[in-house]
Design a protein. Structure first.
Length: 366
């Protein structure tokens, strides 16, 4: 039965030809079979008698030493591996892996956003924060991480990496971690009344504001908004800490002038924060609200002392025309038919002064 392995099959074919089974002519083993035939015709080489005698004497002399009993204490014992040995091997392998991971963690400490080891650095920071047993300890880790984000931002700025989002992202991460740490500290102060973490938080805010000022020099325009947002977050954290604990030391003494504009923009109310305008609805001759103002919102109410109730009514002689009647006469679309009251201009202005302005502002002016 031929082997399925080619090398073994060729060996079997050659052995068969050497044994005289088959004809080697024309096969790939022809030269080898011919060489075997020539070697078989060569006479055997007999050793010299003196060589045989000397070899025998040397072997007998060596046998006295080689066959002597050996001290078992000096012999290496055979050892069968036990479960303890396997445990030791696993522990040794784990130590090697931990050593490699520790080396990687040390190398990742100086990594910057965009580097290959930077994700390892952030994972280690997250694990360190998650392993803390109380909120104050976790807040301290977050504040340390936030300070690290400022270190990274300074390093990126010094390295000139302003063409991507690494620097703005570092500032945003600083704001987020600072805010989370402040929430933990103030929640703990509300429960325990411990002032030390709040004072540490205020000291962190003052130090961070100074570092943001230093970072603002020659900062790329793409990160300017992120820097101002970070300054606003730090100022708000310090305000919250001062409100919660007025007696706690530290904090920001003065807002840097470069951030005043962004703070004023934050404090300016938007259009949605301004209340609706007060609409003054004139009354008709019967004292009821005019139908012309029925489509507007009456914010004056039904109080008799409201500005609407103080508007003069039409007395019939033109002297008591309401403000709406006077403006209708002045702003009539038909200029040819428009006419003023049959009185001098001074009388008209006196009428407006006495009949409209004075009743409205009478309670405001001395």
């Amino acid at each position: 039965m031929s082997s399925v392995i080619p090398a073994r099959r060729r060996a079997e074919e050659f052995a068969a030809l050497v044994d005289g089974v088959g004809n080697a002519a024309g096969t790939r083993h022809e030269d080898l079979v011919e060489l075997v035939t020539l070697l078989r015709g060569t006479p055997l080489v007999e050793p010299r008698a003196g060589f045989v005698t000397g070899l025998r004497e040397a072997l007998l002399a060596e046998a006295d030493v080689a066959l002597a009993p050996v001290d078992t204490k000096l012999a290496m014992r055979t050892h069968t591996r036990t479960r303890r040995d396997r445990r030791f091997a696993i522990a040794a392998g784990t130590a090697v892996l931990l050593g490699t991971g520790t080396s990687m963690a040390v190398a990742a400490q100086d990594a910057l956003p965009g580097d290959a080891l930077y994700p390892v650095k952030r994972i280690i920071e997250g694990a360190h924060s998650a392993l803390q047993v109380d909120e104050v300890s976790k807040a301290r880790v977050l504040l340390a991480s936030a300070s690290g984000r400022l270190d990274e931002a300074s390093a990126l700025k010094a390295r000139g990496d302003s063409g991507d989002s690494a620097l703005p992202d570092a500032l945003d991460d600083f704001s987020s971690q600072s805010q989370s740490a402040a929430d933990l500290v103030l929640d703990d102060f509300e429960r325990t009344g411990d002032r030390a973490p709040v004072e540490d938080l205020r000291a962190f805010a003052a130090e961070s504001m100074d570092r943001l000022v230093e970072l603002s020099d020659d900062l790329p325009s793409s990160a300017r908004g992120n820097l101002e947002h970070a300054a606003q977050v730090i100022a708000q954290i310090d305000d919250r800490a001062a409100t919660a604990c007025p007696d706690c030391a530290g904090g920001i003494d003065e807002v840097p002038p470069m951030f005043l504009r962004s703070f004023s923009d934050l404090a300016t109310p938007t259009a949605t924060e301004v209340g609706p305008p007060v609409v003054i609805v004139p009354r008709d001759r019967t004292g009821e609200r005019s139908s012309q103002g029925s489509t507007t919102t009456d914010t004056s109410g039904d109080d008799e002392d409201s500005p609407t109730s103080l508007l003069p009514t039409d007395g019939g002689d033109g002297a008591g025309d309401t403000l709406g009647d006077v403006t209708d006469k002045l702003l009539s679309p038909d200029k040819k038919k428009a006419s003023l009251p049959d009185k001098p201009v001074k009388d008209v202005t006196d009428t407006l002064q006495d009949g409209v302005v004075d009743p409205l502002l009478g309670g405001l002016l001395p």
